[in-house]
Design a protein around this ligand. Structure first.
Ligand SMILES: Cc1cc2nc3c(=O)[nH]c(=O)nc-3n(C[C@H](O)[C@H](O)[C@H](O)COP(=O)(O)O)c2cc1C
Length: 350
Protein backbone atom coordinates (compact mmCIF):
# COMPACT_ATOMS: atom_id res chain seq x y z
CA UNK A 1 0.00 0.00 0.00
CA UNK A 2 2.83 2.32 0.93
CA UNK A 3 4.28 1.88 -2.53
CA UNK A 4 1.08 3.02 -4.24
CA UNK A 5 0.95 6.08 -2.05
CA UNK A 6 4.49 6.94 -2.92
CA UNK A 7 3.91 7.18 -6.68
CA UNK A 8 0.61 9.00 -6.33
CA UNK A 9 2.06 12.45 -7.03
CA UNK A 10 3.28 11.24 -10.43
CA UNK A 11 -0.30 10.51 -11.34
CA UNK A 12 -1.85 13.83 -10.47
CA UNK A 13 -3.28 15.63 -13.49
CA UNK A 14 -1.55 18.68 -14.88
CA UNK A 15 -3.22 21.62 -16.57
CA UNK A 16 -1.71 24.43 -18.56
CA UNK A 17 -4.23 26.56 -20.42
CA UNK A 18 -6.25 24.19 -22.56
CA UNK A 19 -3.72 21.39 -22.19
CA UNK A 20 -4.87 18.77 -19.73
CA UNK A 21 -2.63 15.84 -18.91
CA UNK A 22 -3.63 12.85 -16.80
CA UNK A 23 -0.21 12.49 -15.15
CA UNK A 24 3.26 13.99 -14.92
CA UNK A 25 5.19 11.65 -17.16
CA UNK A 26 6.33 12.68 -20.61
CA UNK A 27 8.26 10.89 -23.29
CA UNK A 28 11.50 12.81 -23.94
CA UNK A 29 12.26 13.78 -27.55
CA UNK A 30 14.49 11.13 -29.09
CA UNK A 31 15.84 11.03 -32.62
CA UNK A 32 15.22 7.59 -34.09
CA UNK A 33 16.39 8.01 -37.69
CA UNK A 34 13.50 5.89 -38.90
CA UNK A 35 11.73 8.21 -41.33
CA UNK A 36 13.15 7.70 -44.83
CA UNK A 37 13.09 10.91 -46.87
CA UNK A 38 11.85 12.74 -43.82
CA UNK A 39 8.49 10.97 -43.80
CA UNK A 40 7.43 9.03 -40.66
CA UNK A 41 5.82 5.74 -41.58
CA UNK A 42 3.37 3.39 -39.89
CA UNK A 43 6.16 1.98 -37.74
CA UNK A 44 6.79 5.43 -36.30
CA UNK A 45 3.07 5.97 -35.67
CA UNK A 46 2.83 2.58 -33.94
CA UNK A 47 5.89 3.37 -31.81
CA UNK A 48 4.37 6.60 -30.50
CA UNK A 49 0.91 5.08 -30.17
CA UNK A 50 2.34 2.27 -28.03
CA UNK A 51 3.55 4.84 -25.45
CA UNK A 52 0.24 6.70 -25.51
CA UNK A 53 -1.67 3.45 -24.97
CA UNK A 54 0.52 2.66 -22.03
CA UNK A 55 -0.11 5.76 -20.03
CA UNK A 56 2.47 8.33 -21.12
CA UNK A 57 0.85 11.67 -20.29
CA UNK A 58 2.54 13.65 -23.04
CA UNK A 59 4.80 12.62 -25.89
CA UNK A 60 7.36 14.96 -27.38
CA UNK A 61 8.38 13.71 -30.79
CA UNK A 62 11.93 13.25 -31.87
CA UNK A 63 13.45 16.42 -33.30
CA UNK A 64 11.78 17.25 -36.63
CA UNK A 65 13.54 19.44 -39.16
CA UNK A 66 12.15 22.80 -40.10
CA UNK A 67 12.25 23.94 -43.72
CA UNK A 68 15.54 25.79 -43.99
CA UNK A 69 18.61 24.97 -46.04
CA UNK A 70 20.86 24.56 -42.98
CA UNK A 71 18.33 22.82 -40.76
CA UNK A 72 18.59 19.48 -42.46
CA UNK A 73 21.82 17.61 -42.05
CA UNK A 74 22.86 14.52 -43.95
CA UNK A 75 20.67 12.53 -41.58
CA UNK A 76 18.16 11.65 -44.22
CA UNK A 77 16.02 9.51 -41.91
CA UNK A 78 15.19 12.34 -39.55
CA UNK A 79 11.57 13.38 -40.06
CA UNK A 80 10.64 16.72 -41.58
CA UNK A 81 7.90 19.04 -40.39
CA UNK A 82 7.24 20.41 -43.84
CA UNK A 83 6.21 19.14 -47.25
CA UNK A 84 2.96 17.40 -48.07
CA UNK A 85 4.17 13.85 -47.56
CA UNK A 86 5.71 14.44 -44.16
CA UNK A 87 2.78 16.52 -42.95
CA UNK A 88 0.22 13.93 -44.04
CA UNK A 89 2.27 11.28 -42.28
CA UNK A 90 2.49 13.34 -39.08
CA UNK A 91 -1.22 13.86 -39.15
CA UNK A 92 -1.62 10.04 -39.06
CA UNK A 93 0.82 9.79 -36.15
CA UNK A 94 -1.11 12.45 -34.25
CA UNK A 95 -4.44 10.70 -34.95
CA UNK A 96 -3.10 7.40 -33.64
CA UNK A 97 -1.79 8.99 -30.46
CA UNK A 98 -5.09 10.80 -29.94
CA UNK A 99 -7.09 7.64 -30.56
CA UNK A 100 -5.06 5.99 -27.83
CA UNK A 101 -5.94 8.84 -25.48
CA UNK A 102 -2.56 10.53 -25.58
CA UNK A 103 -1.23 14.02 -26.29
CA UNK A 104 1.71 14.84 -28.50
CA UNK A 105 3.96 17.85 -29.10
CA UNK A 106 6.25 18.18 -32.05
CA UNK A 107 9.85 19.09 -31.33
CA UNK A 108 10.96 21.60 -33.95
CA UNK A 109 14.64 21.48 -34.70
CA UNK A 110 17.30 23.28 -36.68
CA UNK A 111 20.71 21.61 -36.53
CA UNK A 112 22.61 24.87 -36.65
CA UNK A 113 24.77 26.95 -38.82
CA UNK A 114 27.17 25.13 -41.13
CA UNK A 115 29.79 27.74 -40.37
CA UNK A 116 28.79 29.70 -37.33
CA UNK A 117 25.96 31.96 -36.35
CA UNK A 118 28.18 34.99 -36.76
CA UNK A 119 27.89 34.49 -40.52
CA UNK A 120 24.14 34.99 -40.62
CA UNK A 121 23.00 38.36 -42.00
CA UNK A 122 19.82 40.07 -40.80
CA UNK A 123 18.13 38.75 -43.90
CA UNK A 124 19.26 35.21 -43.01
CA UNK A 125 17.98 35.68 -39.48
CA UNK A 126 14.58 36.77 -40.65
CA UNK A 127 14.41 33.72 -42.96
CA UNK A 128 15.30 31.46 -40.04
CA UNK A 129 12.63 33.01 -37.87
CA UNK A 130 10.08 32.53 -40.66
CA UNK A 131 11.07 28.89 -41.05
CA UNK A 132 10.48 28.23 -37.35
CA UNK A 133 7.12 29.98 -37.52
CA UNK A 134 6.13 27.95 -40.55
CA UNK A 135 7.01 24.75 -38.69
CA UNK A 136 4.88 25.88 -35.75
CA UNK A 137 1.97 26.59 -38.08
CA UNK A 138 2.44 23.16 -39.68
CA UNK A 139 2.45 21.49 -36.27
CA UNK A 140 -0.82 23.12 -35.36
CA UNK A 141 -2.34 22.34 -38.75
CA UNK A 142 -1.66 18.61 -38.52
CA UNK A 143 -3.16 18.45 -35.05
CA UNK A 144 -0.26 18.42 -32.61
CA UNK A 145 -1.21 19.53 -29.10
CA UNK A 146 1.73 21.90 -28.84
CA UNK A 147 5.32 22.40 -29.89
CA UNK A 148 8.65 22.18 -28.22
CA UNK A 149 11.24 24.52 -29.70
CA UNK A 150 14.64 22.88 -29.57
CA UNK A 151 17.00 25.48 -28.10
CA UNK A 152 19.40 23.13 -26.31
CA UNK A 153 22.45 20.92 -26.81
CA UNK A 154 24.46 23.28 -29.02
CA UNK A 155 22.08 23.37 -31.97
CA UNK A 156 21.05 26.56 -33.78
CA UNK A 157 19.23 28.52 -31.11
CA UNK A 158 21.76 27.46 -28.49
CA UNK A 159 24.54 28.65 -30.80
CA UNK A 160 23.03 32.10 -30.52
CA UNK A 161 22.70 31.73 -26.72
CA UNK A 162 26.24 30.68 -25.97
CA UNK A 163 29.09 33.20 -25.86
CA UNK A 164 31.57 30.63 -27.20
CA UNK A 165 29.65 30.29 -30.47
CA UNK A 166 28.06 33.71 -30.68
CA UNK A 167 30.65 36.46 -31.00
CA UNK A 168 28.44 38.76 -33.04
CA UNK A 169 28.76 42.43 -32.34
CA UNK A 170 25.30 43.47 -33.46
CA UNK A 171 22.10 43.30 -31.41
CA UNK A 172 22.09 39.47 -31.63
CA UNK A 173 25.40 39.16 -29.81
CA UNK A 174 27.14 40.57 -26.77
CA UNK A 175 25.54 40.24 -23.36
CA UNK A 176 23.26 37.42 -22.28
CA UNK A 177 20.12 39.40 -23.04
CA UNK A 178 21.23 40.17 -26.60
CA UNK A 179 22.09 36.53 -27.09
CA UNK A 180 18.47 35.60 -26.35
CA UNK A 181 17.21 37.99 -29.03
CA UNK A 182 17.14 35.41 -31.80
CA UNK A 183 15.26 32.90 -29.64
CA UNK A 184 12.87 35.64 -28.56
CA UNK A 185 12.08 36.45 -32.19
CA UNK A 186 11.56 32.76 -32.95
CA UNK A 187 9.24 32.26 -29.98
CA UNK A 188 7.26 35.43 -30.69
CA UNK A 189 6.88 34.50 -34.37
CA UNK A 190 5.70 31.01 -33.44
CA UNK A 191 3.30 32.49 -30.90
CA UNK A 192 1.85 34.84 -33.54
CA UNK A 193 1.00 31.98 -35.87
CA UNK A 194 -0.32 29.49 -33.32
CA UNK A 195 -2.31 31.91 -31.16
CA UNK A 196 -2.37 32.39 -27.42
CA UNK A 197 -3.78 29.03 -26.39
CA UNK A 198 -1.40 26.65 -28.14
CA UNK A 199 1.36 25.46 -25.79
CA UNK A 200 4.94 26.38 -26.57
CA UNK A 201 7.68 24.59 -24.68
CA UNK A 202 11.30 25.67 -24.92
CA UNK A 203 14.06 23.12 -24.36
CA UNK A 204 17.29 24.56 -23.03
CA UNK A 205 20.45 23.11 -21.53
CA UNK A 206 23.77 24.10 -20.07
CA UNK A 207 25.56 21.25 -21.86
CA UNK A 208 26.30 21.02 -25.57
CA UNK A 209 26.49 17.97 -27.75
CA UNK A 210 30.09 16.74 -27.45
CA UNK A 211 30.85 19.34 -24.78
CA UNK A 212 29.14 18.14 -21.69
CA UNK A 213 30.77 20.45 -19.16
CA UNK A 214 29.79 23.62 -21.04
CA UNK A 215 27.80 26.26 -19.22
CA UNK A 216 25.39 28.75 -20.68
CA UNK A 217 25.08 30.63 -17.42
CA UNK A 218 27.24 30.55 -14.30
CA UNK A 219 24.88 31.98 -11.70
CA UNK A 220 21.18 32.23 -10.86
CA UNK A 221 21.41 35.97 -11.58
CA UNK A 222 22.54 35.27 -15.15
CA UNK A 223 19.85 32.63 -15.50
CA UNK A 224 17.23 35.18 -14.50
CA UNK A 225 18.49 37.67 -17.11
CA UNK A 226 18.44 34.89 -19.67
CA UNK A 227 14.92 33.69 -18.89
CA UNK A 228 13.08 36.99 -18.68
CA UNK A 229 13.06 37.85 -22.41
CA UNK A 230 12.09 34.27 -23.25
CA UNK A 231 9.12 34.42 -20.92
CA UNK A 232 8.16 37.79 -22.39
CA UNK A 233 8.34 36.31 -25.88
CA UNK A 234 5.72 33.71 -25.01
CA UNK A 235 7.19 30.48 -23.59
CA UNK A 236 4.60 28.48 -21.63
CA UNK A 237 6.83 25.81 -20.16
CA UNK A 238 10.59 25.32 -19.96
CA UNK A 239 12.19 21.93 -20.50
CA UNK A 240 15.51 21.91 -18.64
CA UNK A 241 17.65 19.28 -20.30
CA UNK A 242 20.09 17.76 -17.84
CA UNK A 243 21.84 14.43 -17.90
CA UNK A 244 21.00 13.61 -14.27
CA UNK A 245 17.94 15.11 -12.65
CA UNK A 246 19.45 14.96 -9.14
CA UNK A 247 22.40 17.24 -9.88
CA UNK A 248 22.28 20.75 -8.38
CA UNK A 249 22.42 23.49 -11.03
CA UNK A 250 24.45 25.89 -8.90
CA UNK A 251 26.53 25.60 -5.76
CA UNK A 252 24.83 26.28 -2.47
CA UNK A 253 21.44 24.75 -3.27
CA UNK A 254 20.10 21.31 -4.07
CA UNK A 255 17.76 22.69 -6.75
CA UNK A 256 18.29 21.24 -10.19
CA UNK A 257 18.09 23.36 -13.33
CA UNK A 258 14.35 22.91 -13.74
CA UNK A 259 13.92 23.95 -10.10
CA UNK A 260 15.86 27.15 -10.62
CA UNK A 261 14.05 27.95 -13.85
CA UNK A 262 10.68 27.46 -12.18
CA UNK A 263 11.68 29.65 -9.29
CA UNK A 264 13.13 32.43 -11.43
CA UNK A 265 10.67 32.45 -14.32
CA UNK A 266 7.44 31.62 -12.51
CA UNK A 267 6.68 29.20 -15.36
CA UNK A 268 6.07 25.47 -15.11
CA UNK A 269 9.06 23.27 -15.88
CA UNK A 270 9.99 19.82 -17.10
CA UNK A 271 12.88 17.86 -15.67
CA UNK A 272 14.78 15.06 -17.39
CA UNK A 273 17.91 12.97 -17.06
CA UNK A 274 18.53 9.34 -16.17
CA UNK A 275 15.12 8.72 -14.66
CA UNK A 276 14.87 5.03 -13.82
CA UNK A 277 18.35 4.23 -15.08
CA UNK A 278 21.52 3.14 -13.43
CA UNK A 279 24.95 2.91 -14.96
CA UNK A 280 26.56 4.65 -17.88
CA UNK A 281 24.74 7.76 -18.99
CA UNK A 282 24.07 8.73 -22.57
CA UNK A 283 27.39 10.53 -23.00
CA UNK A 284 29.20 7.24 -22.64
CA UNK A 285 26.46 5.66 -24.62
CA UNK A 286 27.00 7.93 -27.62
CA UNK A 287 30.76 7.99 -27.23
CA UNK A 288 31.41 4.32 -26.71
CA UNK A 289 28.24 2.41 -27.39
CA UNK A 290 28.26 1.42 -23.72
CA UNK A 291 24.93 1.64 -22.07
CA UNK A 292 23.21 1.45 -18.74
CA UNK A 293 24.14 -1.67 -16.87
CA UNK A 294 20.76 -3.18 -17.26
CA UNK A 295 19.59 -2.22 -13.80
CA UNK A 296 16.70 0.01 -13.01
CA UNK A 297 16.77 2.41 -10.11
CA UNK A 298 14.04 3.50 -7.80
CA UNK A 299 12.42 6.80 -8.44
CA UNK A 300 11.88 7.89 -4.86
CA UNK A 301 14.35 10.80 -5.12
CA UNK A 302 12.50 11.98 -8.18
CA UNK A 303 9.14 11.83 -6.45
CA UNK A 304 10.49 13.76 -3.47
CA UNK A 305 11.62 16.55 -5.75
CA UNK A 306 8.31 16.58 -7.61
CA UNK A 307 6.46 16.84 -4.32
CA UNK A 308 8.85 19.60 -3.28
CA UNK A 309 7.58 21.62 -6.25
CA UNK A 310 10.86 21.64 -8.14
CA UNK A 311 9.23 20.82 -11.48
CA UNK A 312 5.84 19.96 -12.92
CA UNK A 313 6.54 17.26 -15.48
CA UNK A 314 9.15 14.55 -15.85
CA UNK A 315 10.51 13.53 -19.21
CA UNK A 316 11.67 9.96 -19.50
CA UNK A 317 13.97 9.00 -22.36
CA UNK A 318 15.85 5.74 -22.51
CA UNK A 319 13.83 3.95 -19.85
CA UNK A 320 10.74 4.54 -21.98
CA UNK A 321 12.50 3.35 -25.11
CA UNK A 322 13.41 0.17 -23.30
CA UNK A 323 9.95 -0.39 -21.92
CA UNK A 324 6.87 1.13 -23.57
CA UNK A 325 4.93 0.03 -20.46
CA UNK A 326 7.22 1.93 -18.09
CA UNK A 327 4.45 4.23 -16.86
CA UNK A 328 1.88 1.59 -16.02
CA UNK A 329 4.47 -0.65 -14.41
CA UNK A 330 5.56 2.24 -12.19
CA UNK A 331 1.93 3.07 -11.45
CA UNK A 332 1.08 -0.50 -10.50
CA UNK A 333 4.23 -1.17 -8.50
CA UNK A 334 5.46 -3.75 -11.01
CA UNK A 335 9.01 -2.44 -10.94
CA UNK A 336 10.50 -5.94 -10.98
CA UNK A 337 8.99 -6.32 -14.45
CA UNK A 338 10.63 -3.23 -15.96
CA UNK A 339 12.70 -4.00 -19.04
CA UNK A 340 16.28 -2.72 -18.93
CA UNK A 341 17.80 -0.33 -21.44
CA UNK A 342 20.27 -2.18 -23.63
CA UNK A 343 22.10 -1.77 -26.92
CA UNK A 344 19.25 -3.54 -28.72
CA UNK A 345 16.81 -0.99 -27.35
CA UNK A 346 18.37 1.72 -29.41
CA UNK A 347 18.65 -0.35 -32.55
CA UNK A 348 14.98 -1.19 -32.72
CA UNK A 349 11.94 0.98 -33.10
CA UNK A 350 9.37 -0.60 -30.86
C1 LIG B 1 18.65 8.03 -28.88
C2 LIG B 1 18.47 9.41 -28.33
C3 LIG B 1 18.06 10.42 -29.18
C4 LIG B 1 17.86 11.72 -28.69
N1 LIG B 1 17.37 12.69 -29.53
C5 LIG B 1 17.02 13.89 -29.03
C6 LIG B 1 16.33 14.85 -29.83
O1 LIG B 1 15.99 14.63 -31.00
N2 LIG B 1 16.02 16.04 -29.26
C7 LIG B 1 16.35 16.33 -27.98
O2 LIG B 1 16.04 17.42 -27.50
N3 LIG B 1 16.97 15.43 -27.19
C8 LIG B 1 17.30 14.22 -27.68
N4 LIG B 1 17.86 13.28 -26.85
C9 LIG B 1 18.01 13.56 -25.40
C10 LIG B 1 16.80 13.04 -24.63
O3 LIG B 1 15.64 13.79 -24.92
C11 LIG B 1 17.01 13.07 -23.11
O4 LIG B 1 17.20 14.39 -22.71
C12 LIG B 1 18.20 12.24 -22.68
O5 LIG B 1 18.19 10.96 -23.26
C13 LIG B 1 18.24 12.10 -21.15
O6 LIG B 1 17.09 11.44 -20.70
P1 LIG B 1 17.14 9.87 -20.25
O7 LIG B 1 18.30 9.79 -19.29
O8 LIG B 1 15.82 9.63 -19.60
O9 LIG B 1 17.40 9.06 -21.47
C14 LIG B 1 18.12 12.01 -27.33
C15 LIG B 1 18.54 10.96 -26.49
C16 LIG B 1 18.72 9.68 -26.96
C17 LIG B 1 19.14 8.60 -26.01
Amino acid sequence: MKHFQSVESLFKPFEMGSLKLPNRIMMAPMTRNSSPNGVPGENVAAYYRRRAENGVGLIVTEGTFIDHRDAVSDQENVPHLYGENALNAWSKVVDEVHEAGGKIFSQIWHMGSRGNVNDYSRQDISELVKAFAQAAANAKKVGFDGIEIMAAHGFLIDQFFWDKTNTRNDEYGGDIVNRTRFAGEVIAACRRVVGSDFPIALRISQWKYNFYTAKLVETPEQLKLFLTPLVDAGVDIFHASTRRFWEPAFEGSELNLSGWIKKLSGKPTITVGSVGLEGADFVEFFATGEHANGKVTTISALIERLEGGEFDLIAVGRALLADPEWVIKIRDGRTDELLPFTRETIDTLY
